[in-house]
Design a protein around this ligand. Structure first.
Ligand code: CAA
Length: 278
């Protein structure tokens, strides 16, 4: 299998695949990207070992199943390729256009997009029937859900195969048509956005907002800490897409989100968001 893009999500997905015994060709745009992606995988698998989820030999075997490259041409033999590059339709279309020429006609094209339409991505390839979404959740090695997103032209057998594949990875797949936010984000992001508005209107401190949802509702993280984990730029894209599709004010991104993004406060990945990280 191929994984393209080794940011937080791509590296996590490569880990999930390799953990299940799948050989992975992992593609990044340049050597720095490969270096960063390898770093994500090493760090995450170290945590798996220290948490008793993997032994040292298992970790070595997992890491050995991943071959890193900066060349898409090395994906010529893969059965399925998962794209997890930044959320830009042109960039994704360009990658899949190249893959159309490199891979065989039966190779399944998967996108991990959370804010773009799988239909839009699919119709720009030469094989829309073989294009499907597989939306993993952050952190991908830990969270079980995978949303399998079918379009009106995805071949039913492709959906069946991808659902079976997700199960083989130890995930819990759910199938959804191509709507903005799919299932989980459509339900989650109104709540997250509302929390930003409460914070921006100074109803409560960030700590009290987060504590309310953790200790009152049993959520593993409060909404502002979760936004820092997701990345404020990613959250903005998801909200904006849903708002444009539904015009539901619940999803109109809170102004503070945009201000923080402009100031470079994207969350954990930049060391600062609602909270500060080492
Ligand atoms: N592989 C397997 N297991 C691993 C691991 C790895 N690489 N790294 C850590 N673990 C295990 C740990 O051993 C630990 O196991 P136990 O619970 O059995 O001890 C467990 O995973 C949790 O790890 P940590 O102790 O490091 O972390 P934590 O307990 O503080 O939990 C968290 C952190 C998993 C992030 C948790 O707070 C959580 O689930 N938060 C909510 C995250 C969430 O909602 N994500 C969805 C965001 S929306 C999205 O992603 C969609 C999108 O499109 C943006």
């Amino acid at each position: 299998m191929g994984v393209i893009g080794l940011g937080t999500m791509g590296a996590g997905i490569a880990e999930v695949l390799a953990r299940s015994g799948v050989s992975v060709v992992a593609v990044e745009i340049d050597d720095d990207g490969v270096h960063r992606g390898r770093g994500h995988l090493e760090h995450s698998t170290e945590r798996a070992v220290s948490g008793g989820k993997l032994d040292a030999d298992g970790r070595t075997a997992l890491l050995d199943r991943i071959r890193y490259t900066t060349s898409l041409a090395e994906l010529s033999d893969v059965d399925l390729v998962i794209e997890a590059i930044p959320e830009n339709l042109e960039a994704k279309s360009d990658v899949f256009a190249q893959l159309d020429k490199i891979t065989g006609p039966d190779t399944i094209f998967v996108s991990n997009t959370s804010s773009l339409s799988i239909t839009e991505i699919g119709v720009r390839t030469a094989r829309p029937g073989k294009v499907v979404g597989m939306h993993f959740f952050n952190p991908a090695p830990i969270l079980k859900l995978v949303e399998v997103v079918r379009t009106v032209v995805t071949e039913p057998d492709v959906v069946t195969d991808v659902v079976a594949f997700a199960e083989r990875l130890g995930k819990t797949p759910v199938v959804i048509g191509d709507r903005a936010g799919f299932i989980a984000n459509a339900l989650l992001f109104g709540y997250l956005n509302h929390a930003v508005r409460m914070y921006e209107q100074r109803y409560a401190t960030r700590e009290d907002l987060d504590a309310a949802m953790r200790f009152g509702c049993g959520y593993p993280m409060g909404p502002l800490a979760l936004l820092d984990l997701i990345g404020l730029d990613t959250a903005y894209e998801i909200l904006d897409t849903m708002y444009h599709q539904s015009r539901n004010r619940l999803h109109a991104p809170a102004p503070l989100l945009k201000q923080m993004i402009t100031a470079g406060l994207l969350g954990r990945k930049t060391g600062q968001g609602f909270y500060t990280y080492d």
